[in-house]
Design a protein around this ligand. Structure first.
Ligand code: ADP
Ligand code: MG
Length: 731
C-alpha cells in the first residue's frame, strides 16, 4: 500500500465526535459580542447617550467616556475568561490581521499585575505595520500605520481550546489618514451613498430620512476535503488549488449533489460552524450542498453592509478553523479543482433608510413605485457607466479561473431585470406623453409593481448582476474575497448615478410637472443604458459576440482589469465622493498587481517541484516496470504455445513510448516554465503580470495536460498524489 491508499483506508474507520448538549440558538446568539445592548448594561446612561449621539450624528465621544467604555468592555471580556485583546483589521492583502496584547499591567505592589484597558488603547493601536504592503503610501522606515476602533461593529471574543481573546474591529490607516485597509473605504462609501440617497429621496418627497445605508447578504461557497489528502497535496497546501489532477470519471454530471442530503460528517461540521457563528452574532441562515461534489454553501440573513463584511470575514475564519477540528480542510479558493464548478460569493446588495425601508422594494403606491423605478434606473446607469470598476473590484488570480469559465458569470458585466420589469422599462422608454397623471402611472403598470416578486425575477442564474425581487445580486465576487471592495464600488457608483438622475430630474422639473419630468428623465436614461441589460444565457458564446457588438468590456485578465482603478475618470469619481484618493487607488493597483504576480510565481514553482519530486519519479518507477516487463518477455527462453506474443510486444512498446513521451513533455515544459520565470524577472510589474497571463498560464496548462495523462495510465500503486476521486468522493 502506498500512502494514498493508507489514507483511504483510515477515513473509513474515523469515529464521529461526541454528541453535544443542544441549546436554543436564541438563548446564546451574540453571547460572545459586546453588542450595543450589552454595552448599555455596563456603562452609565450619560456615556451611553454620548455613544448613541456619536453613532447617529457623528459627534465624537470624549476620552473620559472612551475610558469608561474600554473599562466596561474589559470587565465584560475578563469575566468571560479573555486574557488578551487585539485590534482586528482587514489589510489590503485580503485576510484579517491581529496583534495580540495582554490586559496586564504592573500593579502598585511589586511583582503583581492587574488587568487594565484604557480608552486610548481601545481607540487607537499601533501594530508594527512595516511588513504590511502599503503600495507606496507609507515607506517602511516610517512604519506608522495605526489601527482605529470602528464602534459601528461590536467587539467580540474568539475562543480557542486554551484561551480567549477580545477582538476589536478597527480600520487601518497611515499616519496622514490614508486608508491601508478595506474597511475604511467601505465606511466612506456608505457615507457617500447616504448623502446622495438622502438628497434623492428628498426630491421624491421623503422629508425626514436622515440616513441611508447599504445592506448585504453574501452567499459563501466552499469545498471540504479530508485533511490527510490536503497534506499530501503541495499545491493545495501552498496555493489553495490543485495544479494537476485528472478529472474523475464521475464529477458533477449527474447533478445529484445540489440540494442533496448532506452527509453526516459534513453536517456535523455545519452544526459546529453555525454554533460558533451564532455565539458571535453572525446570522447564518441557509446551508446546503452546491453543484460540485464536496462543495457547499452558507448564507446569512442580510445586515448593514459593514457588519455583513466583518461577519463574512469572521465566518470564513470559523469555517477554516472548524474544518480542522473535523479532520477536514475548508477550501475557499475560487477554483480548487479544474473541470468542475468553482466557488463564488453571491453578493446580495440593497439600500435601506433609517426607518428600515428597503429602497429596492417596488413599493405599494404609485409614488413609491415611481421612486423605486428611478432608483432602479440609477443602478442601471451605475453599472453601465462603471462596469470596469465592478470588474476590477473582483479581479484576483483565483477569480480569474472562474470568471468566464462555463459555471460562472463571464468577465462581461451586464444586468438582468426579468420580464416584468423589462416590460415596464420598455413602456417608460417609449412613453410619448408629456403630461402624466396619477392615473397614467397606474396605466403604465407601475402601480402593479408589488407583483414583481422573486419567483418572477430570479430565473436567470447566469447573470453577473441580477435584480432578484428587492435587491441586486452581484455574482462575480470570488469565494475567498473580502466583500468590502465590491460593496465600496457599488455604493460609490450608485451614489454617483443617483446624483446624476436627481440633477436631471431637477432640471426637467423646471418646465414640467414632477411625474412627467421623472418619466422623461427615466426614458432617456433607460435608452442610454440599454446595452447593459441582458436577459439571456450569460455563459453562452453568442452572448460574448453580442456583448462585443454592444461595445461592452470583456476583460479576462486580472492585471488588465485592475487598471480601471487608476483610470483618470475613475480617480476623479472616487475623489469626488471621498472614498479613495489618488494615492490610495495607486496603492491598491500596485498591491493587487503584486499579489497576482507573487501568487502565480508560487504556483509555477510549486508545480515545478511537484513534477520533479513526485510525478516524474512516480512515472519513472512505472516506466521501469514497463521496460522490465518488456525485457522479460522479449528474453523468454521458451515461447512455444504463447499466442499474441508479437502483438503484445508491439503493444507494450507503444505503451512504453506513450509514457516516455508524457514524461518527456512534462519535464520539457517544466524546464521551459522555469526558464520563462528567469527571463521575465526584470520586467516592469504590469508587463510581467500581463506576460504571466498570456504565456505562463498556458505553459502551466501544458504541463498539467501531460501530468494528467500520466495519472490516467500509471498504476494506482505507483501514484502518490491524492486523486480527484479520492478528494471529492470519499466522505
Ligand atoms: P436566493 O438568492 O438563493 O434565492 P434569497 O433571495 O432568499 O436566496 O437570499 C439570498 C441572500 O440575500 C440572503 O443572504 C439574504 O439575506 C440576502 N438578502 C435578502 N434581502 C436583502 C436585502 N434587502 N439586502 C441585502 N441582502 C438581502
Ligand atoms: Mg442567490
Amino acid at each position: 500500500m502506498n500512502i494514498r491508499q493508507e489514507i483511504l483506508k483510515s477515513i473509513e474507520t474515523k469515529p464521529f465526535p461526541e454528541v453535544k448538549k443542544f441549546k436554543k440558538v436564541s438563548s446564546y446568539f451574540g453571547e460572545n459580542t459586546f453588542s450595543v445592548p450589552t454595552m448599555k448594561k455596563h456603562i452609565s446612561k450619560k456615556t451611553f447617550e454620548a455613544f448613541e449621539a456619536w453613532m447617529e450624528e457623528g459627534k465624537q465621544i470624549s476620552l473620559v467616556q472612551a475610558n469608561e467604555i474600554a473599562d466596561a468592555m474589559k470587565r465584560w471580556a475578563v469575566e468571560r475568561g479573555a486574557t488578551y485583546y487585539t485590534h482586528w483589521f482587514q489589510p489590503m492583502t485580503g485576510m484579517t490581521a491581529e496583534k495580540h496584547d495582554s490586559f496586564i499591567s504592573f500593579a502598585s505592589s511589586p511583582g503583581k499585575v492587574i488587568e487594565t484597558f484604557s480608552g486610548s488603547k481601545l481607540i487607537k493601536g499601533e501594530p508594527d505595520a512595516s511588513s504590511f504592503p502599503s503600495g507606496g503610501i507609507r515607506t517602511t522606515f516610517e512604519a506608522r500605520g495605526y489601527t482605529a476602533w470602528d464602534p459601528t461593529s461590536p467587539a467580540f471574543i474568539i475562543e480557542s481550546k486554551l484561551g480567549k481573546t477580545l477582538c476589536i474591529p478597527t480600520i487601518f490607516v497611515a499616519y496622514h489618514g490614508y486608508a491601508l485597509d478595506k474597511k475604511l473605504p467601505h465606511l466612506r462609501s456608505i457615507e457617500a451613498l447616504s448623502a446622495s440617497a438622502v438628497r434623492f429621496l428628498k426630491l421624491f418627497g421623503s422629508k425626514n430620512v436622515r440616513k441611508v445605508f447599504s445592506t448585504c447578504g453574501p452567499e459563501q461557497e466552499y469545498f471540504l476535503i479530508d485533511k490527510n489528502f490536503y497534506r499530501l497535496r503541495q499545491d493545495l497546501l501552498l496555493t489553495g488549488r490543485t495544479l494537476v489532477g485528472a478529472p474523475s470519471p464521475k464529477d458533477q454530471q449527474m447533478e445529484d449533489q445540489y440540494f442533496g442530503s448532506i452527509k453526516e460528517r459534513v453536517v456535523n461540521y455545519m452544526y459546529e460552524v453555525g454554533e460558533e457563528a451564532y455565539k458571535l452574532g453572525i446570522p447564518v441562515m441557509t446551508r446546503h450542498n452546491e453543484v460540485a461534489p464536496h462543495q457547499y454553501e452558507f448564507a446569512p440573513i442580510f445586515e448593514e453592509s459593514n457588519l455583513a463584511a466583518d461577519h463574512n470575514q469572521l465566518l470564513m475564519e470559523i469555517m477554516k478553523k472548524m474544518a480542522l477540528r473535523h479532520d477536514m480542510v475548508c477550501l475557499l479558493h475560487e477554483k480548487p479543482f479544474a473541470g468542475i464548478n468553482g466557488s463564488g460569493k453571491h453578493l446580495n446588495w440593497s439600500m435601506s433608510d433609517d426607518k428600515g425601508n428597503n429602497l429596492l422594494n417596488p413599493g405599494k403606491t404609485p409614488e413609491d413605485s415611481l421612486q423605486f423605478l428611478a432608483i432602479l434606473v440609477a443602478v442601471l446607469r451605475a453599472v453601465d457607466t462603471h462596469a470596469d470598476l465592478l470588474r476590477a473590484s473582483v479581479a484576483s488570480a483565483g477569480n480569474e479561473h472562474r470568471l468566464g469559465a462555463n459555471e460562472a458569470p463571464p468577465a462581461i458585466i451586464s444586468v438582468f431585470l426579468g420580464d416584468q420589469l423589462t416590460q415596464i422599462l420598455d413602456t417608460v422608454e417609449k412613453g410619448k406623453k408629456t403630461q402624466i397623471s396619477r392615473q397614467d402611472i397606474m396605466d403604465l403598470g407601475v402601480a402593479r409593481l408589488p407583483l414583481v416578486n422573486k419567483d418572477m425575477t430570479d430565473r436567470n442564474r447566469t447573470s453577473p448582476f441580477a435584480f432578484t425581487g428587492n435587491k441586486f445580486e452581484f455574482r462575480a465576487v470570488g469565494s475567498s474575497q473580502n466583500i468590502s471592495t465590491a460593496i465600496t464600488v457599488i455604493n460609490t457608483i450608485v451614489a454617483d448615478s443617483m446624483d446624476y438622475v436627481r440633477t436631471k430630474i431637477e432640471a426637467a422639473q423646471k418646465s414640467k410637472d414632477f411625474n412627467t419630468a421623472v418619466l422623461a428623465v427615466l426614458a432617456e436614461v433607460i435608452r442610454e443604458t440599454k446595452k447593459i441589460r441582458f436577459e439571456g444565457n450569460n455563459y453562452s458564446e453568442e452572448w460574448k459576440k453580442e456583448a462585443a457588438k454592444r461595445g461592452l468590456p470583456n476583460e479576462p485578465s486580472t492585471s488588465e482589469a485592475l487598471k480601471a482603478l487608476v483610470k483618470e475618470e475613475n480617480v476623479a469619481l472616487f475623489e469626488k465622493y471621498k472614498v479613495f484618493n489618488r494615492e490610495e487607488l495607486k496603492a491598491r493597483y500596485k498591491i493587487w498587481l503584486e499579489m497576482y504576480i507573487k501568487l502565480l510565481e508560487i504556483e509555477a514553482k510549486t508545480l515545478n517541484e511537484m513534477v520533479n519530486s513526485c510525478i516524474v519519479p512516480n512515472a519513472f518507477d512505472y516506466q521501469g516496470l514497463l521496460s522490465q516487463n518488456l525485457e522479460h518477455i522479449v528474453h523468454l527462453e521458451s515461447t512455444a504455445g504463447l499466442k499474441f506474443l508479437e502483438e503484445s510486444v508491439v503493444d507494450m512498446k507503444v505503451h512504453l513510448s506513450e509514457v516516455t513521451e508524457m514524461i518527456y513533455y512534462v519535464r520539457k515544459n517544466a524546464k521551459a516554465m522555469m526558464q520563462f520565470l528567469e527571463e521575465t524577472k526584470g520586467l516592469e510589474e504590469d508587463e510581467k503580470a500581463h506576460r504571466y497571463f498570456t504565456d505562463l498560464k498556458p505553459i502551466m496548462e501544458h504541463i498539467r495536460k501531460h501530468a494528467d495523462l500520466l495519472e490516467g495510465v500509471i498504476s494506482d500503486e505507483h501514484w502518490d498524489l491524492p486523486k480527484y476521486r479520492d478528494m471529492l468522493f470519499v466522505k
